[in-house]
Design a binder for this molecule. Structure first.
Ligand SMILES: [Zn+2]
Length: 433
């Protein structure tokens, strides 16, 4: 038997046995355990859940390292080493959840109750289900003892719901990469998302002069200035081209504060605006337009003074559906689930906005949760989706790392091993294979 055909037979054998390592009751246990460890952000306190994941993964033969962000906060970096060198793959999920909120919960948010084929609780969907699937996949891949060309790397991050603190730390690690792909296990019901919108949050302040409310002519009213500024910005035409998966650019004035008392002319007013950008837009250009609006009002209104501050700035991210790793991942998802996945884009941002620019690798979002449930009461994950995700991830790790040449462009394991990045301003070709 030739070496090649022996290898192919071994591969088929290992794939056939891979899914046997993913058992439902164990997957349910991982997910329930994770839901029961509170990691609400703020304040974060992700250390306990990071430690749980580290213990589980080292138990399955991975190397794990906690990255501390203070006494109660940590992210996790874990690795299943390949037997040969080559570009790795990064599976990433966040450890924190949003708070429980004021809504009524039928199921205790930290109980991990099971009912109706679902695991209930805060984070079940966004995204402890995704983390459980990563653990299950890592176990299956490790137990398969398949020689891998490149490392399977796992980043479980703190702080995604607030400031991507964990992803920012992971992004500085030079021992990660080159990477074939970055898989984000955010909720997608196991569909495949290859584009996410960018974010530009700006804070605008107007600066006036206080005076007694009965003598407004002696002051300069910061609230009136802000009204003029908001009107000016609403009229502002910010150019963009509709994106086939993301749609268009949006903006919304979402907070306002100003004034002290009814009988005092306000000297200060602040608004924050949420702008969601699509590939092709330039955040600096948008800021320039905002600044020009301020200059225009300074010329028009006596004593007008305003300033602008950027409070969140993340570029839109896209991977071309034509990217070989996307095509390969579509096949893998179909093989693991028996269904053809749909390619989509999402209007929210993920840790990909930090990890993709850092590692210059194509990103894919795919996870068991339902994006419609994120941040809402009575969050849950379907157990069937959880098991399905673990199978997709395990097969992806095996196929992308075991036989890299079939999954990527020919030079993927040479100089260009980081893969081509999303977000290079290339037009998105939406011919889905
Ligand atoms: Zn999330």
């Amino acid at each position: 038997m030739s070496k090649g055909s022996k290898n192919r037979k071994e591969t088929a054998f290992m794939e056939a046995h891979l899914f046997e390592s993913i058992n439902e009751s164990e997957m349910v246990k991982f997910c329930r355990d994770l839901v029961r460890i509170e990691s609400v952000n703020p304040p974060g306190e992700e250390r306990a859940i990071a430690e749980y994941m580290a213990a589980a993964l080292t138990g399955f033969g991975l190397e794990a390292e906690l990255l501390g962000h203070g006494p109660k906060r940590a992210s996790l970096l874990a690795r299943l080493r390949g037997s040969e060198r080559g570009p790795g793959i990064l599976f990433s999920g966040h450890l924190d959840t949003v708070p429980v909120g004021n809504g009524e919960w039928k199921h205790d948010p930290f109980s991990g109750e099971i009912a109706g084929g679902r695991i209930w609780g805060r984070g079940a969907s966004d995204m402890k289900g995704g983390l459980a699937a990563i653990i299950g996949a890592a176990k299956a891949v490790s137990e398969s003892r398949t020689p891998l060309r490149g490392d399977l790397i796992i980043a479980a991050t703190a702080g995604e719901e607030v400031d991507s603190l964990g992803a920012e730390t992971i992004a500085t690690r030079r021992d990660i990469g080159p990477l074939r792909t970055i898989l984000i296990s955010e909720p997608s019901l196991n569909e495949i998302y290859v584009a996410e919108k960018g974010v530009l949050w700006i804070e605008l302040a107007t600066h006036g002069k206080t005076a007694h409310g009965s003598m407004p002519q002696l002051g300069r009213n910061a609230i009136t200035m802000m009204v003029a500024l908001i009107e000016e910005l609403e009229k502002l035409k910010i150019p963009f081209k509709n994106h086939p998966l993301l749609g268009g650019f949006t903006r919304s004035v979402n907070t306002i504060s100003g004034g002290m008392k009814t009988n005092v002319v306000p000297d200060h007013c602040v608004v924050t605006i949420d702008l969601r950008t699509v590939p092709g837009q330039n955040h600096q250009e948008i800021l320039k337009q905002v600044e020009e609006s301020i200059t225009k009002l300074q010329k028009k209104i006596v004593g007008f003074r305003a300033s602008v501050k950027v409070i969140n700035d993340r570029l839109p991210i896209e991977t071309s559906p034509e990217e070989p790793v996307v095509r390969k991942f579509m096949e893998i998802a179909r093989d693991a689930t028996g269904k053809r996945p749909i390619l989509k884009g999402v209007s929210y941002y993920t840790d990909a906005s930090v990890l993709v620019p850092a590692f210059k690798a194509p990103m894919i979002i795919c996870g068991p949760g339902d994006p419609a449930l994120a941040h809402r009461p009575d969050e849950y994950v379907e157990i069937s989706k959880l098991v399905e995700s673990a199978k997709i991830y395990a097969l992806a790790a095996l196929k992308l790392l075991q036989n890299p040449d079939s999954a990527s462009h020919p030079d993927a394991n040479a100089e260009d091993s980081g893969g081509r990045s999303a977000n290079e301003g290339r037009p998105l070709d939406n011919r889905i294979p």
